[in-house]
Design a protein around this ligand. Structure first.
Ligand code: PNW
Length: 501
């Protein structure tokens, strides 16, 4: 049986982190931004020569997979309303705006023999509009909308994806690198590999559990590393930008003091984000020890002739190790982890969850967002930052996503509380030497929240999806974030006067 929640409530404490009301000033060089992604906001799904992506296919082939049966066909219509988005970024006073490029809008068939000029123009216009308003463009190269033509060939589990990706990246460096100085190669490897290929949580919903997610992981790490080295070899000297990767990191805390639960949390952290961070940011490189050990043991028990986790050769380890100028951290929440032998059979075999062999749960006493998986646990964010500092020799960290969902409405005090508490512990971590230099709110505006459609709102600005003009209105949190950016500090007593944005 899953242990009753009240036992887990032992963890209900602040772990030494104070959420005090003193005014906290961020370093002058610290920068604030907000984020979106192409499929979630753009719409224009079949316009001006754009090809289809795996999300176009998933939403159209079987609408029942999406909670409200919606699609990203129009979404927030940013393909037409990008000037309003930039205006919003300006209203907020953002230092930078993080957006992603749709691969099939640039390369309708995924490969570089056919470039869609209208797609090139769209991002040129967006970048120029941002620069005109003194906002730095922060470009994510891949945020989940793989060209469908490449998925037909296996997508991220075909080793050739490394070449396909590098060809695509080269085009973006060539066209935009004169003006874009901040690059993220790939957004959230775990969500791409485990959720997309090892389960049905994200497109392409392959569900080849326990096998495909690890094939994808290897290819993705190599694709990222080659994109990074391409920049170093051909562009860095001239363009002088910075290139990193965004990894989603949940913090896992042991549910009790037992050695077993402690190990369950270590394993969960290594599976969730160490899987991708360790090969890039650790001194030794390679997949984490816990990952290699667990998957090799289980694979042998299950009758496989080799570990389901593919090997990385010495030269691949060397290529991947150190292949980032910064660690992009996307983080939202914390979970408790425990180990319980009586739960054998809880997960499919083979699978990522079975390999990890930890039960992970929330805590009903933590503040709950609209998204079931999202609870407010600031001390978990603090522990995550300290662990990254310790494990990877204090890398440069950019928080590339952090945010809170509601059911809607302009008065979002729970979102305000979340942002203030997370920024407060971020400030603690910086004071204690963590090298965090940027913070990015998710999201600038409401958007298509993947399988949850439009039922969960993450925006600082509300989008009215019932109106053709997709009217955008600032929420209360937008006014608070604007003041945080203006003063570069946290003043928890600040109450906005509405209509001042
Ligand atoms: C991110 N977690 O996904 C994505 O990058 C966005 O596209 C998405 O809209 C946003 O978060 C909100 O869901 C994640 O719990 C969501 O570990 C949750 C987790 C990780 C990533």
């Amino acid at each position: 049986m899953i242990r009753p929640f009240f036992i887990l409530c032992a963890i209900f404490h602040n772990n030494g982190v104070s959420l005090s009301s003193k005014i906290r000033k961020f370093p002058d060089s610290f920068e604030f931004g907000a984020s979106t992604s192409a499929y979630q906001i753009e719409g224009g799904w079949y316009e001006d020569g754009k090809g289809l992506s795996i999300w176009d296919i998933a939403t159209h082939m079987d609408p029942s997979q999406i909670k409200d049966k919606s699609t990203g066909d129009i979404a927030a219509d940013s393909y037409h309303l990008y000037k309003r988005d930039v205006e919003i970024a300006k209203e907020l006073g953002l230092d930078f705006y993080r957006f992603s490029v749709s691969w099939p809008r640039i390369l309708p068939k995924g490969l570089p023999n056919q470039i869609n000029q209208a797609g090139i123009d769209y991002y040129n216009n967006l970048i120029n509009e941002l620069l005109k308003n003194n906002i730095k463009p922060f470009l994510t190269i891949y945020h989940w909308d793989l060209p469908y033509e490449l998925q037909k060939l296996g997508g991220w589990i075909n080793p050739h994806v490394v070449d396909w990706f590098v060809d695509y990246v080269k085009i973006l460096y060539d066209y935009y690198g004169d003006r874009v100085k901040l690059w993220i190669t790939i957004n959230e490897p775990k969500q791409i590999c485990y959720e997309g290929y090892g389960s049905t949580l994200k497109a392409p919903m392959l569900n080849a559990s326990g096998v495909a997610e690890y094939m994808c992981a290897k290819n993705l790490l190599l694709a990222h590393a080659k994109a990074y080295h391409l920049y170093n070899q051909n562009y860095r000297k001239l363009q002088n930008g910075t290139v990193g990767i965004s990894i989603s990191c949940t913090w896992f805390e042991p549910a009790s003091e037992t050695i077993d639960d402690h190990q369950a949390a270590v394993d969960a952290n290594q599976f969730d984000w160490g899987q991708y961070a360790h090969p890039i940011f650790s001194k030794a490189g390679h997949f984490p020890f816990e990952l290699k050990k667990n998957i090799a043991l289980k694979s042998a028990e299950q009758g496989f002739s080799r570990s389901r986790l593919p090997e990385l050769s010495a030269s691949e380890v060397a290529l991947i190790r150190g292949s980032a100028d910064f660690f992009g951290v996307n983080t939202y929440t914390t979970k408790l982890a425990y180990r319980d032998a009586s739960l054998d059979g809880l997960y499919a075999v083979p699978s990522y969850m079975d390999d990890m062999a930890a039960v992970v749960v929330g805590n009903p006493t933590w503040p709950q967002a609209k998204s079931t998986w999202l609870q407010e646990v600031p001390w978990g964010f603090y522990k995550l930052l300290k662990e990254i500092k310790k494990n990877y020799n204090n890398p440069v960290v950019y928080i590339t996503e952090n945010g809170w969902s509601t059911a809607g409405g302009l008065f979002d005090d729970d979102r305000i509380q979340y942002y203030r508490n997370y920024l407060s512990v971020l400030h603690d971590a910086i004071e204690e030497g963590c090298d965090v230099r940027k913070y990015t709110a998710w999201s600038l505006i409401d958007n298509f929240e993947w399988k949850n459609g439009y039922t969960e709102k993450f925006g600082l600005y509300e989008v009215d999806f019932s109106r053709e003009d997709r009217n955008r209105t600032p929420r209360k949190s937008a006014y608070v974030y604007k003041e945080i950016i203006r003063t570069k500090s946290l003043d928890t007593t600040y109450e906005p006067e509405i209509n001042t944005v």
